[in-house]
Design a protein around this ligand. Structure first.
Ligand SMILES: C[S@@+](CC[C@H](N)C(=O)[O-])C[C@H]1O[C@@H](n2cnc3c(N)ncnc32)[C@H](O)[C@@H]1O
Length: 299
């Protein structure tokens, strides 16, 4: 289940964290890749004129929800779906968001959890945590707490949350089995989870050789059936893929150019041109998708 990346888990996390620090301080916000309406507009990349935040609008959020959030939370959304919903989070729930970023899903979940509920975000990147706390303050939400930590060893007690959510983060973990076990550990019996994430089948070596393809949520992704099996192996049940969007090659290029700033320059430094990537892109047809997967811990 661990991704066959020759780097240590700590090195992978350090690189991902550095990339997301730059993304939130300099970038244009596009790890989110995008449903059909978005296909016409190249979300990401040096030539794109799409502002930060476009990704979030394209990733399954209601326009009215986006309009009601602090602009910065929308601008700095890096998700690939919308894991939160009224059917999932109920008043009084304790919700945990794995890799909470700048806080978009924390804020939405907090509305459903209400004053008697609580929302906890965990992220390893200081710049993201600062941004989330600022956005929470701006929204005036009093039922959200953000903790620093890694999702493979959550700073959260056993059986202490009723709902786990996550948006485009587990693909970035170098130890996915540990993350799935942590979901099972922190959930109360009968607790639910809803995760939006990238899955990928049989990625060719040239993708894995591209610098930043991991942080861009592509080359750390595992096949959908491995993802589901990993959740099952952790003791989770009623697992269902409730949404799936398969990206076309141009959208995958958008992910690779996902405005983790400096991507084009780093590629050029390795002698890789955009054209050379574009030429092999068709080999990715049908291989990369975002899914929304739900389930629960047995009661
Ligand atoms: C693609 S962004 C998604 C952020 C947020 N969920 C959203 O939808 O905007 C990935 C986030 O996960 C965090 N992250 C990645 N790997 C992590 C890990 N192993 N432990 C904790 N945080 C992690 C990053 O710091 C970053 O904030």
């Amino acid at each position: 289940m661990s991704h066959p990346d020759p780097r240590t888990a700590d090195a992978v996390r350090a690189d991902v964290s550095e990339q997301y620090t730059r993304a939130v301080t300099e970038g244009t916000g596009c790890c989110s890749i995008n449903p059909p309406a978005a296909a016409a507009s190249s979300c990401c990349g040096p030539t794109a004129v799409v502002p930060k935040g476009n990704a979030a609008k394209l990733a399954g959020y209601a326009a009215s929800d986006l309009a009601s959030l602090p602009a910065d939370a929308v601008t700095n959304s890096f998700g690939c779906g919308n894991p939160v919903g009224m059917a999932l989070v109920k008043p009084g729930d304790t919700v945990l968001d794995l890799g909470s970023g700048a806080g978009i899903d924390l804020l939405l979940a907090a509305r459903f959890a209400g004053a008697e509920g609580k929302v906890i975000g965990v992220d390893m990147t200081d710049a993201m945590i600062e941004r989330a706390r600022a956005n929470i303050a701006e929204a005036g939400a009093h039922n959200i707490e953000v903790r620093k930590g890694v999702i493979e060893h959550l700073p959260v007690g056993d059986s202490s949350v009723s709902v786990v959510i996550s948006n485009c983060v587990i693909n970035l973990s170098p130890a996915k089995a540990a993350v799935f076990s942590e979901i099972a550990r922190v959930l109360q019996p009968g607790g639910r989870f809803s995760v939006s994430d990238i899955v990928a089948e049989d990625l060719p070596d040239w993708v894995r050789a591209i610098p930043d393809a991991y942080s861009a949520c592509v080359s750390g992704a595992i096949p959908e059936q491995d993802y589901i099996q990993g959740l099952r192996d952790a003791g989770l049940t009623d697992i269902e893929v409730v949404d799936r969007f398969v990206y076309d090659p141009d959208q995958i290029l958008g992910m690779l150019e996902s405005d983790l700033p400096g991507f084009a320059e780093r590629l050029a430094g390795m002698g890789i041109t955009r054209e050379s990537i574009a030429a092999v892109l068709p080999t990715l047809q049908g291989k990369v998708a975002s899914i929304k997967v739900t389930g629960r811990l047995p009661a």
